[in-house]
Design a protein around this ligand. Structure first.
Ligand SMILES: Cc1cc2nc3c(=O)[nH]c(=O)nc-3n(C[C@H](O)[C@H](O)[C@H](O)COP(=O)(O)OP(=O)(O)OC[C@H]3O[C@@H](n4cnc5c(N)ncnc54)[C@H](O)[C@@H]3O)c2cc1C
Length: 353
């Protein structure tokens, strides 16, 4: 195991927030056999296990993690065609955006709007990543996992994963039960691009105005998404001073219609979006944060908001996890006080009791 096991590795090196104390062990298994050996190692040592991909949705504790961080490195992408659909199988260690590029190059529609989301394939189903009108759960056929109890590989069909807005069973009741080893997506060969999101429609406004039946190619949509994301510092770019972050820090709150109506009376300009749940609607967390008095670039102690996006908490360079939690708490309290709406953080906590 020596070749893929390291001890006392700072979690600040494994997460995009670049905060966090040492992990007792970090294993980067390349094969299923090494993955199983790592799980056995954690068992023998009686240590907790925690899977990590690119660390782009994790806030790690300043005290570190007295367990085994496991970073599956499994590689491989393949596509098979069946009944007019493309079944794309990606291993957990593949960069998510490499998978999107692979599918767009082959003209397979379904995940083009999820371009440039940081992280690995193995994490994508956990919070059902989503952006610009698509969510990965809409195209998942099945998820292959290693059951850490039985050490058996299982293939879980999408319908059992309970994919919903930024969540799934992997993030809730199944947390700790499985390590995701591969993902199979069902995509549409030569399918139409998704142009649901206003930012994308605006990007193509000139062409659409000239000819309302015109549609961009999947590659054009991918390039548009990347351009829009760059303008909001929502790609992972170490040259950008906002890069030490986990993307959006808060979920968009989903609240009952009565509460929306009350809020709309007080704040007629408040944006409201449809929610999957009947009788409920989605609010913009970014709008709530900025209206509660937190502009882009707002700093508090050693933590701050991104200068490009009010929903992104950043470590400008010297912050610790506690500084980020303190700023998050300050924002949550003010939003609660102003709007009586609870903001729920999106990143996963690692190493906190
Ligand atoms: C700049 C920026 C922009 C972002 N934009 C978006 C966006 O538009 N939409 C969106 O949905 N997210 C976004 N995110 C969040 C993040 O990119 C996604 O959540 C991504 O899927 C995390 O991948 P990761 O490999 O970095 O996972 P990690 O952060 O390493 O892990 C995330 C969670 O998944 C679990 N996990 C990881 N790998 C496995 C595995 N193999 N098996 C089981 N569990 C596992 C971890 O335990 C953890 O709980 C953004 C983040 C950043 C930094």
């Amino acid at each position: 195991m020596e070749k893929y096991l390291r001890s006392e590795v700072p979690l600040s090196q494994l997460t995009t927030f670049e905060v966090g104390g040492p992990a007792r062990w970090v294993a980067a298994p390349q094969t299923l056999e090494e993955l199983t050996q790592t799980v056995n190692f954690a068992r023998q040592q009686r240590l907790p296990l925690y899977p990590v991909g690119g660390g782009s949705n994790i806030l790690a504790s300043d005290r570190g993690f007295a367990g085994v961080v496991i970073q599956p490195q499994l590689q491989g992408l393949e596509v098979k065609f069946r009944d007019g659909y493309a079944l794309v199988r990606a291993q957990a260690g593949v960069e998510w955006d490499d998978l999107v590029a692979y599918c767009v190059e082959r003209n397979l529609a379904g995940i083009e709007c999820l371009s440039a989301i940081p992280g690995k394939v193995g994490a994508a189903p956990v919070q059902n990543i989503g952006a610009y009108g698509q969510e990965v759960g809409q195209t998942v056929e099945s998820v292959q996992v290693l059951n850490v109890e039985s050490l058996e590989l299982e293939e879980i069909p999408a319908r059992k994963c309970a994919f919903a807005y930024r969540t799934s069973r992997f993030k809730t009741e199944w947390r700790g039960r499985y390590i995701i080893t591969a993902l199979t997506l069902c995509l549409i060969p030569q399918g139409p691009p998704t142009l649901r999101y206003q930012d994308l429609q605006l990007f193509f406004a000139d062409q659409l105005q000239a000819d309302p039946s015109w549609r961009p190619s999947l590659a054009e949509v991918r390039q548009a998404v990347i351009a829009v994301r760059r303008s909001k510092a929502m790609t992972y770019d170490p040259q950008n001073p906002n890069h030490r972050c986990a993307g959006s820090f808060f979920l968009n709150p989903v609240v009952p219609q009565e509460q929306v109506s009350e809020l709309k009376e007080r704040y007629p300009q408040m944006p409201v979006y449809p929610a999957a749940r009947q009788g409920w609607q989605k609010l913009s967390a970014a709008w709530l944060v900025s209206q509660a008095g937190f502009p882009k670039g707002y700093a508090s102690g050693r933590a701050a908001l991104s200068s490009a996006h009010t929903l992104v908490l950043i470590n400008p360079g010297q912050a610790q996890a506690q500084d980020i939690l303190d700023l998050a708490q300050e924002i949550r309290a003010k939003v609660q006080d102003t709007f009586q709406v609870e903001l729920v953080p999106e990143p996963n906590l690692l190493g906190f009791e």
